[in-house]
Design a protein around this ligand. Structure first.
Ligand code: NAD
Ligand code: 6OD
Length: 490
């Protein structure tokens, strides 16, 4: 923490205005460890004001908007994000160090696409109707109307900041809620730009509020607040457990997208070239900082040697460097703290006798980047399935390779984890794909691909990986609850 200096100040956005705070903390560029901004930390009074203004907006103009008016406004938000795309790209890169390629092709386009997709889906999201006939001869019309939950706290992580924030804000607004967004303290910049966009396109005051600050300092006050009607959270499983306790007294609806420890299975009948490229992508995208990334690879014995040799080549070919440098695929990890966490797993793997096929350390640049948060893409093998390295989420550019012989054996080994988010299966045998996919205890199975998204499809995890589903009607079902109206017909 340092006193605000010449660096930009990022403020909370409450009731349609950016407001200064009494307390600020440093925003650090993970490329070189330099300070780039001061981020406000909201106090309890500001959180109260944000929630009050949200409640007021629900009673006032926003509560009177028709679905189509809300959805038209969501399209304007998407258009404005697209118009200001370069600013969003620069802000996301400054906070995270992600490569330009990643931010240009995934993070920012999806930020806009989330608003468009949920706007279009909400227009046709309907209720249910029943003509009821009772055994005693009475008749009634039962129908349901979808009613917003009210004030929704959206708490998002740092790994795909705009993408994951808008993945919640868009359906929440489409359904008529007001939002209190609390982005990760590591990545406040695109959330501030989003608040500007809300004002620019005429979202009424109080509908979207931005509360900045560190989760451990301000999270409990926000989530347990009696006027917050629901909490939607994406982040670590341990934080989810904490929030669950905080909302218990209020019995609030929660939607949780949590951690993962995801496997890839490469069968002997896989298209080897596609499987190698696919596993390289699922392991190293965003420096391994995607909840869906592969951290464990199970490869069939018959093709193991050739698969490992080719995956090693792909890892060695990855260009690490400045995020905007040509052909750079990997920038740094998000922070020093996270770099230390990932390195502690590299060290644990060494201590436990793992074989390092490639990587295992920190690249040396002999310039300012040596003060940054870079890490080498790493492939290891030789550890037991129950080893901590194979059980705990690392969230870095590393995978462990194990060899398997039988289909049933690999299914059991893949399911040997407290997490249950995603799995990628590589096989050219269609029957095997259909047979194996539903036997994996996860919410998402990809076959011969990874992270190919349809925003209407159910998205989420089982076990420690989450509660509920997002995407399409699942998001709309969370952010609006059906009220049943029963009218007697005489
Ligand atoms: P995190 O849990 O540390 O933080 C997530 C958010 O929670 C941040 O905004 C943080 O400030 C806030 N927070 C922290 N403590 C809080 C508290 N007590 N009350 C309320 N809010 C609090 O997670 P992270 O490190 O930002 O993100 C990485 C994790 O997120 C990984 O475990 C990853 O797998 C997971 N993740 C899951 C998904 C998914 O869709 N399943 C997507 C992205 C990330
Ligand atoms: O693509 C999405 O909608 C989504 N929720 C991705 C989550 C990625 C996790 O880091």
């Amino acid at each position: 923490m340092s006193a605000p200096s010449q660096h930009p100040l990022l403020h909370c956005f409450i009731d349609g205005q950016f407001v200064p705070s009494d307390c600020y903390f440093d925003n650090i560029n993970p490329v070189n460890g330099q300070k780039i901004a001061n981020i406000a930390e909201a106090d309890n009074r500001q959180i109260d004001l944000a929630i009050q203004s949200a409640k007021q907006a629900l009673k006032g103009p926003w509560g009177k908007f028709t679905v189509n008016q809300r959805c038209d406004l969501l399209h304007k938000i998407a258009d404005r994000i697209a118009e200001r795309q370069q600013e969003f790209i620069d802000a996301e890169i400054a906070d995270t160090g992600k490569s330009l390629h990643q931010v240009q092709t995934i993070d920012i386009p999806r930020g806009a696409a989330n608003f468009r997709a949920f706007a279009d889906m909400a227009r046709t999201h309907t209720g249910e109707t029943f003509i009821t006939e009772t055994p005693t001869g009475e008749k009634a019309l039962n129908y349901s109307v979808n009613k917003p939950l009210g004030v929704v706290a959206v708490i998002s992580p740092w790994n795909l900041p705009l993408l994951l924030t808008t993945w919640k804000v868009a359906p929440a607004l489409a359904c008529g809620n007001c939002v209190i967004l609390k982005p990760s303290e590591e990545t406040s910049s695109t959330a501030v730009l989003l608040a500007e966009v809300m004002n620019e396109v005429g979202v009424p005051n109080g509908v979207f509020n931005l509360i900045l600050g560190r989760g451990k300092h301000i999270g409990d006050y926000l989530t347990s607040h009696q006027n917050v009607d629901a909490v939607t959270f994406t982040g670590a499983s341990a934080t989810g457990q904490h929030i669950m306790r905080a909302v218990a007294d209020g019995v609030k609806p929660i939607s949780f997208e949590l951690g993962g420890k995801n496997s890839a299975i490469v069968f002997a009948d896989a298209d080897l070239k596609k499987a190698v490229a696919g596993v390289a992508r699922s392991t190293f995208t965003n420096c391994g900082q995607v909840c869906l990334c592969t951290e464990k690879v199970f490869v069939h014995r018959d093709i193991a040697d050739v698969f490992i040799a080719q995956l090693r080549q792909q890892a060695q070919a990855i260009k690490i460097g400045y995020p905007k440098e040509k052909d750079v695929l990997l920038g740094p990890l998000v922070s020093k703290q996270h770099q230390e966490k990932v390195l502690s797993f590299y060290q644990l793997a060494k201590d436990e006798g793992a074989t390092f096929i490639v990587g295992g350390g920190v690249p040396k640049f002999d310039d300012e980047r040596d003060q940054g948060c870079y890490i080498e893409p790493t492939i290891i093998s030789g550890l037991a399935d129950d080893n901590r390295v194979n059980q705990e989420e690392i969230f870095g550019p590393i995978c462990h390779i194990s060899i398997f012989d039988e289909e049933d054996e690999v299914i059991e080994r893949v399911n040997n984890t407290p997490y249950g988010l995603a799995c990628a299966i590589w096989t050219e045998n269609v029957s095997r794909a259909h047979r194996v996919s539903p036997q994996i205890d996860v919410g998402l199975v990809w076959v011969n691909t990874w992270f190919l998204r349809d925003l209407r499809a159910p998205f989420g995890g089982v076990k420690l990986s989450g509660i509920g589903r997002e995407g399409g009607k699942h998001s709309l079902g969370f952010y609006a609850e059906p009220v049943n109206i029963c009218i007697k017909i005489d």
